[in-house]
Design a protein around this ligand. Structure first.
Ligand SMILES: C[S@@+](CC[C@H](N)C(=O)[O-])C[C@H]1O[C@@H](n2cnc3c(N)ncnc32)[C@H](O)[C@@H]1O
Length: 321
């Protein structure tokens, strides 16, 4: 899906690849000594991309086609059953929920944390020359993403400024260095698929960093990671493969979720962050919906339409108070 829009200035895209002289354009920030090694989380980004490859999320299909080798959730691509399409629908909905809230901000400076193989920054910079988007994830993942973006020549078509940079979101000095790359003015930080990999102390650490930055500059944090622990009903509704269950257990995903939406709001408030908006899901607009409807189990067909799938997640816009 290469756009035929006017080519952008080559320098609009900055990479951290090794240049011919063997000098890396950007330093790769070392992990802070007190933080753990998060690289075991990175394989989930590939699984999510493979799922999003079945949606109309920009560039997902093209990028997914370039992925090779196994994936960690044991997704069954041969038999795309209800569980498969429910996951595709969920991640598609989560992706668009961030864009919905982003449109409500006037910010031109955008920082994405733990972006995985998402190309939201590419999409926005293709359309708008006033945007400065910094897309970040852990160093190894960013190296791969950089190669994929270059392979698809997406860096040649940008109007806005896009940077792909390595960042451990819990490393405050590195975080601050990345933020300093923006011009003065408010900043919107976005993320999806990170908080459930962080324990309470790590979540507090991240909130502290984001709070200090938003206090300095103004702006918002849009996070799609307001997941609440699943009750038996939700747990039974969508069964897990053994690979996915093992990955969730290894990373304490259920424990790391919030107890309830109220306790999530109270947690953010205790960190100096207030909820100012929540995204409204729009299932009818999702490209995966017709596929899900085709494989809907009898029990769901009998439910009144208003009940739908149980709510397991919310996307919030937060501001520093
Ligand atoms: C479930 S994936 C989500 C990727 C992407 N946001 C999406 O929704 O498709 C989790 C991502 O978090 C990244 N990650 C884990 N710990 C991180 C950290 N401390 N700092 C930055 N990124 C991290 C992983 O490398 C991985 O890409």
């Amino acid at each position: 899906m290469v756009s035929d829009r006017q080519p952008a200035n080559e320098s609009a895209f900055q990479s951290f690849t090794i240049n011919p002289a063997g000098v890396s354009t950007f330093k790769i920030s070392p992990m802070t000594s007190e933080s753990k090694d998060f690289t075991s989380v990175s394989p989930s980004a590939k699984s999510l991309l493979l799922l999003k490859g079945y949606t109309n999320i920009p560039y997902a299909k093209e990028l997914a086609a370039l992925m090779q080798g196994s994936e960690v959730f044991d997704l069954n691509f041969d038999d795309k059953d209800f569980g498969f399409w429910a996951r595709v629908l969920h991640f598609e909905s989560r992706y668009w929920s961030i864009d919905q809230l982003l449109r409500q901000t006037q910010t031109r400076n955008m920082l994405e944390l733990s972006s995985g193989f998402s190309l939201r920054g590419v999409e926005l910079c293709m359309q708008d020359e006033t945007i400065h988007y910094i897309d970040t994830d852990l160093p190894d993942l960013m190296t791969q993403k950089q190669q994929l973006v270059a392979h698809q020549q997406l860096d040649k078509q940008l109007l806005g400024q896009l940077e792909l940079l390595p960042l451990n979101a819990l490393d405050e000095n590195a975080f601050q260095e990345v933020v300093n790359r923006f011009e003065n003015g408010p900043l919107t930080i976005v993320n999806e698929g990170l908080l459930m990999y962080l324990n309470e102390a790590e979540k507090q650490q991240l909130c502290g960093i984001i709070h200090r930055i938003l206090k300095q500059r103004g702006g918002y944090w849009i996070t799609a990671d307001v997941y609440v622990r699943r009750g038996t009903e939700a747990l039974n509704a969508i069964p897990q493969s053994s690979g996915e269950a093992a990955f969730f257990e290894q990373h304490h995903i259920e424990e790391n979720k919030f107890e309830s939406y109220e306790s999530a709001a109270a947690f953010f408030r205790s960190q100096g962050l207030e909820v100012v908006a929540e995204a409204t899901p729009n299932p009818d607009g999702l490209s995966a919906l017709p596929h899900l409807i085709n494989v809907l189990p009898e029990a769901f067909r009998k439910q009144p339409q208003s009940e739908g799938l149980p709510k397991i997640q919310a996307t919030w816009m937060l501001k520093a108070i």
